[in-house]
Design a protein around this ligand. Structure first.
Ligand SMILES: [Zn+2]
Ligand SMILES: [Zn+2]
Length: 147
């Protein structure tokens, strides 16, 4: 665990079936939880846990499938996942194409550096999904820089 708000990471993780690996080497730009309805659908639970990194710091090996949809912002959000086991690999928004949204759970115990600093899309957050009450909640994006 670190108190550094923008940790430097050097990690490789694999999907459940091992067909896809993702390596990230660089500084984490932002860490947050998102309870938009798309994240609830994509994760099957109340929110996603996201580490934002530069897309150039990410290397993906293996065949990935993608699905693109209009985001709440009007941008296009694309999610990449393993076509065999369905594990989410990363996502990116057309309005911030230089950034990759990494699903923190992909890294398992190697993601102890993850300390989210906000919950976005709190307007669709469900009461049954417990998050730290002192975590800042934003109805949609904190500012115009979210996904
Ligand atoms: Zn897989
Ligand atoms: Zn979301």
């Amino acid at each position: 665990m670190t108190n550094n708000e923008k940790p430097q990471v050097d990690l490789t993780a694999a999907c459940a079936c091992g067909g896809v690996t993702l390596s990230v080497r660089g500084r984490v730009r932002s860490m947050f939880l998102c309870s938009c309805e798309d994240c609830q659908r994509a994760t099957g639970t109340g929110h996603s846990a996201v580490a934002l990194v530069a897309i150039g710091d990410v290397t993906v090996t293996g065949d990935v499938a993608s699905f693109a949809r209009p985001a709440n912002s009007g941008a296009t959000l694309t999610r990449w996942f393993c076509p065999r086991c369905g594990t989410p690999i990363y996502a990116a928004s057309s309005r911030a194409p230089a950034l990759a949204m990494l699903p923190v759970g992909l890294f398992g115990a190697a993601a102890d550096w993850f300390v989210p600093n906000q919950l976005i899309f709190a307007r669709s957050h469900r009461d049954w999904d417990i998050v730290a009450p002192d975590l800042p909640h934003h109805a949609t994006y904190r500012n115009e820089g979210g996904h």
